[in-house]
Ligand binder design. Structure first.
Ligand SMILES: [Fe+2]
Length: 276
């Protein structure tokens, strides 16, 4: 199956595609045109046009989590596409923040106004949902600690701010005769938790594509994952014989180099078309 990279953190040198922090993937399966995340803005529409993809013809959209780098383009999506249903975890309906220095900045969530405005288009679910035959969006289980970076993520509740429990995040399992392919958005849970969840829910995973959440949010903070965690991810990928591994979002150049040396992971860029 071909996957088109509509948005990634980086673009190839000299490429005419737009890049921004986020991920957006497009693929066709079971006769349906499917969008996984929108990225942060309307840049995915520009890149889709260059790739020959008509946003208006998309049948299904799935959003991985509440943060703006994955859901930010949804308004633009609705302005072009008048029929696709959009699948999200119910917990996206809250307010999420990222702490930078001493300040908590709004960073995501679906407001009541937005949910009301697009009530006929948004499909919220709590645990797992079979979207079409062979494609399921599912909650991520916590088998091991979250990436260090997630300590700067907060949810605002009536009683005040709490650490984001990441209830709003999902992964997508795509199943065919040769096994399961997993799509991740930000992988706030950490990619190993996501792959372990998919393995437990659906069996052997043959491919994974999406963000891995290894690097920090900016050069100044020290919340990136240590080298031993990159090694743990590489070991997991190799031990479980996950043959195709594509990532980019949340994996800085140095982390990517280390991961690439230790495993068969390949970096994807905005505009790339790859096969899983
Ligand atoms: Fe992200």
């Amino acid at each position: 199956m071909k996957i088109y990279t509509l948005i990634e953190d980086d673009k190839r040198k000299g490429s005419g595609y737009l890049a921004e922090s986020g991920i957006s993937l497009y693929f066709e399966y079971g006769g349906k045109r499917i969008l996984f995340n929108t990225g942060a803005s309307d840049a995915f529409v520009f890149n889709a046009t260059l790739l020959g993809i008509d946003i208006n013809k998309i049948d299904i959209c799935i959003i991985s989590d509440a943060y703006n780098d994955q859901i930010g383009g949804l308004k633009s999506f609705f302005s072009i596409n008048n029929h696709a249903k959009v699948y999200l975890k119910s917990a996206v309906r809250s307010s999420y923040y990222i702490k930078r220095g001493s300040k908590k900045e709004p960073a995501g969530g679906v407001s009541q106004d937005f949910a009301d405005k697009y009530a006929g288009r948004l499909v919220f679910f709590d645990y797992r949902i079979d979207i079409i035959d062979g494609i399921t969006a599912a909650s991520v289980k916590k088998f091991r600690r979250f990436p260090f970076y997630t300590s700067v993520l907060y949810e605002e509740r009536n009683e005040g701010f709490i650490n984001d429990g990441l209830e709003h995040e999902l992964y997508v399992a795509i199943r065919d005769a040769d096994g399961v392919a997993v799509l991740t958005g930000c992988a706030h849970h950490g990619v190993i938790n996501m792959l372990m969840s998919a393995h437990e829910d659906f069996g052997e995973v043959k491919a994974v594509a999406g963000g891995f959440r290894i690097s920090g949010i900016d050069k100044k903070n020290h919340l990136k994952e240590p080298d031993f965690e990159i090694a743990a991810i590489a070991k997991y990928l190799e031990n479980h014989n996950i043959k195709k591994v594509y990532t980019g979002h949340g994996v800085g150049a140095k982390a990517m180099e280390k991961l690439g040396i230790m495993s068969r992971a390949q970096k994807i860029y905005a505009g790339d078309i790859f096969e899983i």
